[in-house]
Ligand binder design. Structure first.
Ligand code: NAP
Length: 513
């Protein structure tokens, strides 16, 4: 890693300039976040022979979402063979759908294999990004006051990392423990307690079966029912793992099966008339697992399948059928000193409240200080909603790439496939800049506008937009800011080769690699 160190002047929050005694580091590429996206980006840079980069990580270890989410039962709902980097197949998965500790171990192993520790700076939370038009470099500052001046910034801080916590007027009065699923409080024993679970999305469906085994009683507050499909999960035996390790072709066959299994539903999501088959399978699953007709009715969604992310689970419905579990088909409106109040005014006693209420996704950069060309802030650029070109570049923000930016995910394909597709595109953009001798690369405004007009036209007919539900895919104005309007394959084809005509390249006085 090469870097230049120099004292510098930096603007403080009020805009005045103060002397900053800290050193300035000038990597060619600065990657923010050491989750699956940041680690994948770092490996790609190394594989391309680009060693002049730094990865900043706010926490003290890598792993991103798989470090943060430690709730009981936390697992991936994408088959493990497909939830691995293509360059690092893992023959050691012990389950078709791995649980969180195993996924975290896998990320650690990849980072170890590429000796990434030398490139990652932990405890480095970025608080500001400002594009310097004089040098065509970004000025990135961490909370500790350290300043970086990279040519390129890759924002790899993920889409689902700001826990969304409903504000309850009575929260301060609540006498018990309360925590969010992504900030699980392992100090709180649930043994024999009365637990209230708020929400029934992907996270809650995974932890409810586990906590139901310990708690005295669990009330599950369901505002909207979710569609659930069976999960084709099973243990992977020693023989299978041995074969994976020795016959790479077999691993590749499994991966291909998983890939296409995740692709097919997207065709239905884009053509809602085709989702009938999925709806039929979900109804059968419900009928098979929930004998009680009245409970079945409460669990039957009133919107089209696929509109919200489908839950894959074999143990969620059985957990709701337990004697110590009650499904309350109401939203939670408030807390009292002794429990929760539903939106119809009924009170339920609780010792512990667990929020399975998801993440803030509407405007992921709402609280970030990101200032691009001509002093444009990301808040100004996204005042009408998040928008990017191909989910990774934003006009007026040169030399900045996002991984999992607006409208790059949300389908059914493994997000790791999306991440790798974007990483490949970004490395090809770096090559383009080098080939053109450019110090600045910025997506054209009209290209971004045309792309988004096309994208939102296509999304209008998707089940995410027209399925009759409210989900985190849609922002407050009802625009879908998360989904790519098609298959993973379609996305990959679109990103195989950057179109130089989509960007403006320019060369200032400073170049560097
Ligand atoms: P989510 O899907 O957004 O679910 C949040 C839940 O909280 C919804 O059921 C919502 O109800 C409910 N809720 C919010 N406020 C409420 C209130 N006041 N009263 C009652 N219910 C309330 O969040 P998530 O389960 O954390 O999942 C988010 C995303 O993370 C998933 O879609 C998935 O992409 C990802 N994830 C993936 C995995 C995996 O296996 N790969 C696992 C977990 C999560 P409404 O539906 O009515 O809004």
């Amino acid at each position: 890693m090469t870097s230049t160190e120099s004292a510098h002047l930096s603007p403080d929050a009020s805009g005045s300039r103060t002397t900053d005694a800290t050193s300035t580091v000038e990597p060619d590429v600065l990657v923010v976040g050491a989750g699956l996206a940041g680690i994948g980006m770092a490996v790609a840079l190394l594989r391309e022979g680009r060693h002049n980069f730094v990865v900043l990580e706010k926490a003290d270890r890598i792993g991103g979402t798989w470090r943060e989410n430690t709730y009981p039962g936390c697992a991936c709902d994408v088959a493990s063979v497909m939830y691995s980097y293509s360059f690092a197949p893992n023959p050691n998965w012990t389950q078709m759908y791995a649980e969180q500790p195993e996924i975290l171990d896998y990320i650690d192993a990849v980072a170890r294999e590429y000796s990434l520790d030398a490139f990652i700076e932990f405890g480095s939370e970025v608080v500001s990004y400002e594009f310097d038009e004089q040098t065509d470099r970004w000025r990135v500052e961490t909370r500790a006051g350290k300043v970086y001046r990279p040519r390129i910034v890759v924002a790899a801080h993920g889409a689902l990392h700001n826990p969304l916590k409903p504000s309850f007027d009575g929260e301060a009065d609540f006498g018990g423990a309360i925590f969010h699923s992504a900030q699980w409080n392992h100090e709180v024993s649930l043994e024999g307690k009365r637990v209230a679970v708020v929400g029934t999305g992907s996270s809650a469906a995974q932890f409810i079966p586990r906590i139901a085994e310990q708690a005295g009683h669990v009330d599950v507050f369901q505002r909207t029912a979710h569609w659930v499909l069976p999960k084709a999960d099973r243990k992977l035996g020693a023989t299978e793992r041995w074969l994976f390790a020795r016959v790479p072709l077999l691993h590749s066959v499994y991966r291909n099966i998983a890939y296409w299994t995740h692709e097919v539903p997207v065709l239905a999501f884009m053509n809602p008339r085709l989702v009938r088959l999925l709806r039929f399978a979900a109804r059968r699953h419900l009928a098979k697992q929930v004998p009680d007709r009245e409970l079945r009715t409460r669990l039957t969604p009133d919107y089209e399948i696929g509109c919200k992310r489908i839950l894959l689970s074999n143990d969620y419905y059985p957990a709701l059928c337990r004697d110590n579990v009650e499904l309350v088909a109401r939203g939670v409106a408030d807390l009292t000193s002794t429990g929760v109040v539903t939106d119809d005014g009924a009170e339920y006693a609780a010792d512990v409240v667990i929020l399975g209420t998801g993440f803030s996704t509407d405007n992921r950069c709402a609280d970030e200080h990101i200032v691009g060309r001509d002093g444009t802030s990301i808040q100004q650029a996204w005042r009408d909603g998040m928008e990017a070109y191909l989910g990774l570049a934003v006009t007026e923000f040169p030399n900045l790439f996002m991984i999992m930016g607006p409208n790059s995910g949300g389908g059914a394909q493994s997000i790791l496939f999306v991440i790798e597709t974007q990483i490949g595109y970004i490395t090809r953009c770096l090559d383009l800049m080098d080939a053109q001798g450019a110090t600045r690369m910025e997506v054209r405004g009209e290209t971004q506008r045309e792309f988004n007009a096309w994208l939102h036209r296509r999304l209008a007919r998707s089940v995410w937009n027209s399925g009759g539900c409210n989900s985190w895919f849609l922002d407050e104005s009802g625009h879908n800011r998360q989904s790519w309007p098609g298959t993973g394959t379609g996305y990959w084809r679109r990103l195989r080769k950057p179109d130089p005509a989509a960007f403006v390249f320019s060369a200032g006085s400073v170049t560097g690699r």
